[in-house]
Design a binder for this molecule. Sequence first.
Ligand code: HEC
Length: 153
Amino acid sequence: MKKGLALCSALAVVFALGGGVSYAHKDATGIVKERMDLMSGIAKSMKSIAQMVKSGEVDAHAARAAGKRIAEHASEIASLFPEGSIEGDSEATPAIWENFEDFSKKASALQAAAQSLADTPVDSIDRQALAGELQNLGGACKSCHETYRQKKG
Ligand code: HEC
């Protein structure tokens, strides 16, 4: 893929994640609120990576740290979805508990993608490499959301 193209599509991923997202979690409580907060934390780390790609001012240490945070958060996802926990404003779909193994695999895929960024040698993290990592991460979000999250409002 041409360099410019990879960069564009990485930014498109982030635009799809960030732009105009309205979080529905105002009234959420308990475990639903906990996982929404976790997801928001993941989104925040993604945005910090996206900002580096966009501006071209790459801080390799910060990028690795963001990867580590996402990996840690991803490792908690599955435990925050006890069977049938769709209350209030939750955007979770019942399909999660029909395919919990697949759901967990998608969480592990995000964890692996994030860990790969966390483990990338500092010297190898330039704007282009980070754009590629961002794209992988964004793909992992999308692959879970498209089946297991139903956006409300
Ligand atoms: C294994 C599945 C899975 C993966 C991977 C995943 N998500 Fe989510 N995400 C969900 C589900 C399910 C919800 C809805 C939870 C609810 O409302 O109860 C959600 C909700 C969200 C929300 C809304 C939170 C709120 O306050 O309502 C954001 C933002 C979000 N995810 C960002 C991300 C980003 C960014 C990534 C990738 C870096 C990601 N997610 C990866 C399953 C996933």
